[in-house]
Design a protein around this ligand. Structure first.
Ligand code: AMP
Ligand code: ZN
Ligand code: FE
Ligand code: FE
Length: 285
């Protein structure tokens, strides 16, 4: 069983459409795929329509941007009810504020002479997608300013850059509670790939109802994994592993990091809402 519970589509900053993502999971031999676009569930319907035909089980989720100190941290919410008002409102607020935020980043870049306009950024963004720095990177790449997303991030879009602007984001403990309140299962994404995510904060989030930690992630070293695995054991949290696939936007391959089937079963066991894991009509032989 290949279980990969963290992947992005064009509903946020991935480069595969939700349908292409599910097909890519199938091609990569992934049996269970988590669709976790930033601050949105808009990709769910298209992915679901394809998943039932492909032999891939679909775990519908989102990666919720939360306020960090500094910057942001990311909470994966799985199998939550997308119609629950408070959680949806928080994601909508973040998603909405990402538009003026991108405009301000673009304004600063243009003022410094970089060839970018908000229109060029929107041209890189699928309709209704959650707008992010990767779309600004794509516009800069299209204009010939940088060879790829990674270089654009390294040069101008990194956290703390003079061009960096934040956006509205929910407090993480509140996001954990809202995911639980809407029947979902909250897992802290790539804790060691963010500044300011201390063991103390993780313990606080565990008290607030956190279900798991993403231990295996492309940006975690062996030492990170060992430390987080120990912390998950100490706090009684599930230890997941996922690729955080972004299509052509990042080097990670689908299924490159995986979640143990027993851990996945325990995660699904904790879901309380109306959103089931979508099993395929014809499971893979
Ligand atoms: P934002 O949500 O707009 O703050 O942008 C953060 C997103 O940018 C995350 O989803 C990351 O996956 C992506 N990202 C961060 N660093 C890089 C990088 N070096 N190359 C490509 N994408 C990146
Ligand atoms: Zn992303
Ligand atoms: Fe993330
Ligand atoms: Fe992600």
């Amino acid at each position: 069983m290949r279980i990969d519970l963290h992947a992005h589509s064009t509903a946020s900053d991935g480069t595969d459409s939700p349908a292409e993502l599910v097909a890519a999971a199938r091609a990569a031999g992934v049996d269970v795929l988590g669709l976790t676009d930033h601050d949105t569930s808009t990709g769910w319907a298209q992915a679901a329509a394809v998943a039932v035909q492909t032999g891939v089980s679909l775990v519908r989720g989102a990666e919720i941007t939360c306020a960090g100190r500094p910057g942001t941290l990311h909470l994966l919410g799985y199998l939550f009810d997308p119609d629950e008002d408070e959680l949806r409102r928080e994601m909508d607020l973040a998603r909405g504020d990402r538009v003026p935020r991108a405009a301000e980043i673009v304004r600063r870049l243009a003022e410094a002479g970089y060839p970018v306009t908000m229109q060029a950024v929107l041209d890189q963004t699928a309709d209704a997608a959650t707008l992010g720095r990767p779309h600004i990177a794509d516009a800069l790449v299209a204009a010939g300013a940088f060879p790829d997303r990674d270089t654009a991030f390294a040069e101008v879009l990194y956290d703390g850059s003079p061009y960096y602007v934040g956006h509205y984001a929910v407090e993480p403990a509140r996001a954990v509670r809202l995911v639980r309140a809407s029947g979902g299962v909250p897992v802290l994404a790539h804790p060691r790939a963010r500044a300011g995510v201390s063991d103390e904060l993780i313990a606080q989030l565990a008290s607030a109802g956190l279900a798991g930690l993403e231990v295996d992630h492309p940006e975690h070293s062996a030492a990170d994994r060992a430390h987080l695995g120990g912390l998950a054991r100490d706090l009684g949290l599930l230890a997941t592993g996922s690729s955080d696939y972004h299509g052509r936007g990042k080097p990670a391959r689908l299924g490159q990091e995986r979640t143990d089937p027993e851990v996945f079963a325990a995660l699904v066991e904790q879901a309380r809402g109306p959103v089931p894991v979508l099993a395929p009509a014809r499971p893979r032989a």
